[in-house]
Design a protein around this ligand. Structure first.
Ligand code: BGC
Length: 744
């Protein structure tokens, strides 16, 4: 959500506030799960099409256009428009009374078509789950599904029925502020998670929107909204698979991108939307523009004025106009003038009504505001938040086993307002709805360590939302007086998501200065990076005892971090993105193509940099555990396999030292020789496996040979015979290797 809209929302909510109830805890009433959203099939689906025929036959042109408008909270919006049939969908209403009003107005409209009520319910509404990038770090699809389920279920409790999620844009560029909304750099992981997120939101009672179609994450130089250039082969191999996975999982709608790909704005790209998505891929839901992206066709230089923008966007296959108001202003006239056939409008209306009917909106009872009290901030949601966060914590460094804290540690200094302040930014803020407070790290630590260990704190920055420099001297003194200093650094509340690109990925100067001063005390330092993207840790990594990476982990994130610090949880998170040594290496990713001059002898005429290694600081898939895992006995079921077959094998995983723990078995594949260069390795299988202390597990894997191919420049998929190398291990540098021949 743009910051301006977020601000507007907060201001409007302030007016609806019921101060006395702001802190009221949710009553512990067990809640019945919502009915999952799902496409109907067979006779039911056929009956829906007949019902749509009947409805469309009774609609005026204005009522049809009304179904294609998505309006929301803002200066212009009038609730009467819902009653007039002028808008079939609304967004950004989050108080139960407003939702009831929207529904009542729709019920008074001539045809009583129920509204779709939308919100960016991404990783929470009252109880927050880790950000999607943090969810991806679990490498655990079950937990990602669970996080989506609870995010949906809480939004559902205030009457929302459509989420603008999952965001499944692929990106390899940490400068782009929206990396936190996706699943990281790897297309295999991202595709699996795109599917489970879609399913989880549906199970929680929301319809979904796969976004942003397509290529938004390739924004040149990581600058949000910038142009993207994607060749056909890369489009199909890298950007399409998560969308195909979400479509296969039954996503209801697709949102276009704000950007232009190969010189054509996605919202005006007929080939991408009408031909490919609705035609070739057979998508039968509706396509919604992004926020005002119909109007932005003018700024893109692809439409002369509002009317022209409608002609371009509607002609490209965009069924619904989000917030631009241009379909409302021009579409009916364009139809009357013969510039747009009414049959095309009917097709778009059919798609919107189809989604509404398959969602079950026509049969649904009016929203009951009691749900908000019952279903927000429940103990179950908090437990889910903790369960996901535990596996999302990534341990990047742990020198001389500083973590978990030894019994000899008698005092811990916690530094940084991200750790020492409560956090509670959420949609329910000021809305008179139950608020869910995220505990301070200090409190979470003290609760585990008890009176045996003294936990002291120093905020060092202004507030938990603004990391402007604060009392550095006080922080240093606090560190000096303790056995260990835990320093939480990172990004402000508003420094992630849309419009937050960075040109520098190092710590801001005053954070680095604070850290240097704490390191200078000589106390062992544990750094917690609370960021929404990979940062460059090179300037301090060798000078601190431990580093934990936490991608905004949600309501229970700091509890999970405290559990890791104290050993109550053995970390198992893995990096879903490569961590660079320097911003100048970005985009840096593991599944790169080889060059004709690989780095072997380290001399000038090999690929690399004059002033930096070409290796990342931490590779994709990396994350430490308190256990020491080792892999051996890699065995393939056969030395050769036909193209129609499966690469089957197994590997032994041993928990050689330390407590019981979980390791992510990662299997990468490289095609040695092909018609075109193939990536140096690509993840094709992963599985999180629990192993008892000192125990072993034999883990089997199977990879369909059909998944080892690629697309050529004409978009044809090819799987070539030849030798394929297999690499198995706990990160993308996996060293255990075998090879297999794929035959015709
Ligand atoms: C974002 C979308 C979001 C929409 C509605 C846009 O600016 O790009 O991802 O769903 O706003 O809030």
């Amino acid at each position: 959500m743009p910051i301006a809209v977020r601000w507007l929302l907060a201001a409007a909510l302030l007016l609806a506030v019921t101060p006395a109830s702001a802190q009221t805890p949710a009553p512990p009433v067990p809640a019945a799960p919502p009915v999952p959203r799902a496409w109907k099939t067979g006779d039911e689906a056929a009956a829906i099409e007949r019902r749509i025929d009947d409805l469309i036959a009774r609609m005026t042109l204005e009522e049809k256009v009304g179904q294609l408008n998505l309006w929301g909270r803002g200066d212009e919006f009038r609730m009467e428009w819902v009653e007039q049939g002028r808008t079939g969908a609304v967004m950004n209403f989050v108080t139960p009374s407003e939702i009831v009003a929207v529904q009542q107005h729709a019920a008074r409209s001539r045809l009583r078509i129920p509204p779709i009520i939308a919100l960016d319910a991404i990783n929470g509404f009252a109880t927050y789950m880790p950000q999607p990038l943090g969810q991806a770090a679990t490498f655990n699809p079950r937990l990602v599904e669970l996080a989506s389920y609870w995010s949906a279920r809480e939004a559902r409790a205030v009457g929302i029925n459509w989420t603008f999620a999952p965001m499944i844009d692929m990106t390899r560029d940490a400068r782009w502020g929206r990396v936190m909304e996706g699943a990281g750099e790897d297309v295999h992981l991202a595709s699996i998670l795109a599917a489970v997120r879609t399913i989880g939101y549906h199970r929680g009672g929301l319809a979904t929107s796969a976004k942003h179609y397509i290529g938004y994450g390739e924004a040149e130089s990581g600058r949000d909204y910038n142009s993207v250039w994607i060749p056909v082969s890369k489009l199909w191999d890298y950007h399409m698979p998560p969308f195909q996975a979400s479509l296969a999982a039954g996503v209801f709608t697709v949102m276009t991108s704000l950007s232009a790909m190969n010189g054509i704005a996605s919202t005006a790209d007929r080939h991408l939307v009408a031909d490919l998505l609705k035609g070739q891929l057979g998508f039968r839901g509706f396509v919604v523009s992004d926020f005002e992206s119909v109007k932005e066709l003018i700024a893109h230089g692809q439409a002369a004025d509002g009317s022209d923008a409608v002609r371009r966007a509607f002609g490209a296959g965009i069924d619904m106009d989000m917030m631009a108001g241009l379909y409302d202003a021009h579409l009916a006239r364009l139809v009357r003038d013969g510039a747009i056939p009414e049959a095309a409008v009917n097709d778009s209306v059919r798609r919107v009504l189809r989604v509404k009917m398959h969602m079950g909106l026509f049969e649904e009872a009016p929203y009951d505001p009691a749900l908000a009290r019952r279903d927000l901030g429940t103990a179950e949601a908090r437990a889910a938040s903790l369960e996901v966060a535990r596996e999302a914590v990534i341990l990047l460094r742990n020198e001389r086993g500083i973590l978990p804290f030894k019994p000899s540690v008698r005092s811990v200094a916690v530094i940084g307002s991200l750790a020492t302040h409560q956090a509670d930014w959420q949609y329910t803020e000021n809305a008179g709805l139950p608020r869910v407070i995220s505990p301070r790290l200090t409190d979470a630590l003290a609760a585990i360590l008890g009176s045996r260990v003294r936990v002291t704190s120093a905020p060092a920055f202004a507030t938990h939302c603004s990391l402007a420099a604060g009392d550095t001297a006080g922080a240093v003194a606090t560190a000096r007086a303790a056995d260990v200093a835990v320093v939480m650094l990172g990004e402000d509340c508003e420094q992630y998501g849309e419009g937050t690109s960075r040109a520098h990925l190092d710590l801001p100067a005053h954070q680095q200065a604070l850290l240097d001063a704490v390191i200078a005390t000589g106390k062992p330092v544990v750094v917690i990076m609370h960021t929404s993207r990979p940062f460059v840790l090179t300037r301090f990594i060798d000078r601190v005892a431990a580093v934990i990476q936490a991608f905004h982990l949600g309501t229970e994130g700091r509890t999970a971090i405290a559990e890791v610090l104290t050993g109550r949880t053995n970390p198992s998170g893995k990096l879903p993105m490569t961590f660079p040594r320097a911003t100048g290496q970005v985009p840096i990713y593991y599944d790169r193509l080889p060059t004709g001059r690989p780095r072997i002898k380290n001399f000038r005429y090999e690929t690399g940099y004059l002033d930096e290694s070409m290796e990342p600081l931490f590779p994709f898939g990396f994350g430490l555990s308190f256990s020491r895992f080792s892999f051996d006995q890699l065995a393939l079921a056969s030395a050769s396999v036909p193209r129609s077959g499966t690469v089957a094998g197994s590997v032994r995983l041993t928990n050689a030292a330390g407590p019981a723990g979980q390791e992510v078995v990662q299997v990468y594949v490289r095609q040695r020789v092909g018609e075109r260069s193939r990536p140096v390795r690509q993840l094709k299988f992963f599985q999180k496996v629990a192993v008892a202390a000192g125990g072993t597990q034999t883990v089997s894997f199977s990879i369909p040979v059909q998944s080892l191919g690629y697309h050529d420049d004409a978009g044809r998929y090819v799987v070539e015979p030849g030798t394929y190398d297999i690499f198995v291990g706990g990160d993308s540098n996996a060293a255990l290797t075998a090879s297999i021949t794929v035959t015709e």
